[in-house]
Design a protein around this ligand. Structure first.
Ligand code: BGC
Length: 388
C-alpha cells in the first residue's frame, strides 16, 4: 500500500472511510420492550426515555454528519423493534429502517449496520436469552430476516457488537441486565455468541452473498515490564480477550471491526491524561492492537474509538493522536480501511445514563437541539483532506 506524505501531513489511502457511529438504544429513544427498558422500570439502570430522539431526527443527524465531512456512518438495528414478538416481524419498523438506510445512501454515507448492539427483546429474555436451547436458531432467523429485507441497502453488516464487553458486563461483573456474576455463565455466554455469529454469517451469505459480514471486537492494548510473571499474564490475557473469540470465528469473517478504548499495563507506570470517565488516554495502544490483528489477514475498520469529554478540551488531540497511530499501522502494511469515531451524538451511556458526553455533536436532552463541538470541526478537516 502506498502512503503519501504531503506537506508533512500524513495522507491516508484513497477511498479511506471516515465517519462516526451510534447504536439504537443509546440514541433512538422510545424503546420500551427490551431488557434495558425493563431494567430501567425496575430502577436498576437510568431511564433512557427519548434519548436523542434520533428515531425521528435521523435525517437531520445524517445532514450534520455530511456537513462534518463524513463519508461513512455506523448505526445499529433495534432487534426489539424489528421482532417485537417471538417470530413476528414488524413491517412498519422494517420500513423505518429502510428509510434510515435510504437516507444514508442519498447522502453517500457508506452504511455500517450492526444487527445486535447489547439490547435483547423482552420475549427473548423470557425464553432464556442466549442460554435458550434454540438461541442460535432464533438469532439466525433474525439475522436472515434483516439480510433479506435490508441487505441490499447495507454496505457492511456487523453481527455482534463487542461480545467480550457484553458477556463480561452482563454475566461476570453484574453491571448490566441481567446483573449476574458467574464466571461459568460468562464463558458459556461467550461460546454461545461464537455459535450465533457463525450461524448468522452462514445464513446471511445464503440470502445476500455479496454483503461483507464482520464483527465489532473490543480489543485492549495489554503490555508489561520485563518481569516474567507480568509478561506471562499479559500474553495470557491478550490471547483470552483479544484473540480467542476472533480465532473461533476466523473462517466466518469478511472484515474485522475494531473498537479501541483501553490499555492495561502490568508493572508499567505510564502517565496518561484521563477522560471524564477516568479512562487513560493511550493513543499508541491502537497501533499495537492493530498490529496484533495482522495475523487474520482481513480488512480492518475502526468502528468505535472515542472519549467522554464534556468540555471538549481533549477530543481534537485525542482524534489527531489516534489517527496518527492508525496511519503508522497502515505504513506497516496493516490493512486499515476506515475510522468511525464514537460517537456522532452525545448519548445514553448505559449504566452511566446521560452524564458522560461522547459526541462530536452535543445534545440538549430537553430540547433535542444539536450543537456541533469544536473538535468535530477539527475531525472534519481530517475527513475532508483524508490526512492528519
Ligand atoms: C460500546 C458503546 C459505548 C462505548 C463507550 C463501547 O464499548 O459499544 O455502546 O457507549 O463503548 O463506553
Amino acid at each position: 500500500m502506498t502512503v503519501l506524505f504531503t506537506d508533512k501531513r500524513l495522507k491516508f489511502p484513497e477511498g479511506f472511510l471516515w465517519g462516526a457511529a451510534t447504536a439504537s438504544h443509546q440514541v433512538e429513544g422510545g424503546i420500551e420492550n427490551n431488557d434495558w427498558a425493563q431494567a430501567a422500570r425496575a430502577g436498576k439502570v437510568p431511564v433512557c426515555g427519548r434519548a436523542c430522539d434520533h428515531y425521528n431526527l435521523f435525517e437531520r443527524d445524517f445532514d450534520i454528519a455530511v456537513s462534518l465531512g463524513h463519508n461513512a456512518h455506523k448505526i445499529s438495528l433495534e432487534w426489539s423493534r424489528i421482532e417485537p414478538r417471538d417470530g413476528e416481524f414488524d413491517r412498519e419498523e422494517i420500513e423505518h429502517y429502510k428509510q434510515v438506510l435510504a437516507a444514508l445512501k442519498r447522502r453517500n454515507l457508506k452504511a455500517f449496520v450492526c444487527i445486535w448492539h447489547f439490547t435483547l427483546p423482552d420475549w427473548f429474555v423470557k425464553r432464556g436469552g442466549f442460554f435458550a436451547p434454540d438461541a442460535e436458531k432464533i438469532f439466525v432467523r433474525y439475522a436472515g430476516k434483516v439480510a433479506s429485507e435490508l441487505g441490499d441497502k447495507i454496505d457492511f453488516l456487523i453481527t455482534i457488537n463487542e461480545p467480550n464487553i457484553y458477556a463480561s458486563n452482563t454475566h461476570l461483573r453484574g453491571l448490566w441486565p441481567p446483573f449476574i456474576k458467574n464466571p461459568f455463565s460468562y464463558l458459556r455466554l461467550l461460546n454461545g455468541l461464537v455459535r450465533c455469529h457463525r450461524a448468522a454469517f452462514s445464513e446471511i451469505k445464503k440470502v445476500a452473498p455479496a454483503l461483507p459480514v464482520g464483527i465489532s471486537k473490543n480489543n485492549i492494548y495489554f503490555h508489561s515490564n520485563k518481569n516474567p510473571i507480568h509478561q506471562f499474564s499479559t500474553a495470557y490475557i491478550k490471547w483470552f480477550w483479544n484473540r480467542r473469540f476472533l480465532n473461533k470465528i476466523d473462517e466466518h469473517l469478511d472484515f474485522i471491526g475494531l473498537n479501541y478504548y483501553f490499555h492495561k499495563g502490568w508493572g508499567t507506570h505510564g502517565n496518561h491524561e484521563k477522560t471524564d470517565f477516568g479512562w487513560d488516554i493511550c493513543p499508541e495502544g491502537i497501533f499495537h492492537v492493530l498490529l496484533e490483528l495482522e495475523r487474520y489477514r482481513k480488512p480492518i475498520y475502526i468502528i468505535e474509538n472515542g472519549l467522554a469529554d464534556a468540555a471538549d478540551t481533549r477530543r481534537a488531540n485525542f482524534i489527531r493522536d489516534h489517527v496518527t497511530y492508525i496511519h503508522k499501522a497502515i505504513e506497516q502494511e496493516i490493512d486499515v480501511r476506515g475510522y468511525l469515531h464514537w460517537s456522532l451524538l452525545d448519548n445514553y451511556e448505559w449504566a452511566e445514563g446521560f452524564e458522560k458526553r461522547f459526541g462530536l455533536v452535543e445534545v440538549d436532552y430537553r430540547t433535542h437541539e444539536r450543537r456541533i463541538r469544536k473538535s468535530a470541526l477539527y475531525f472534519k478537516e481530517v475527513c475532508q483532506s483524508n490526512a492528519v
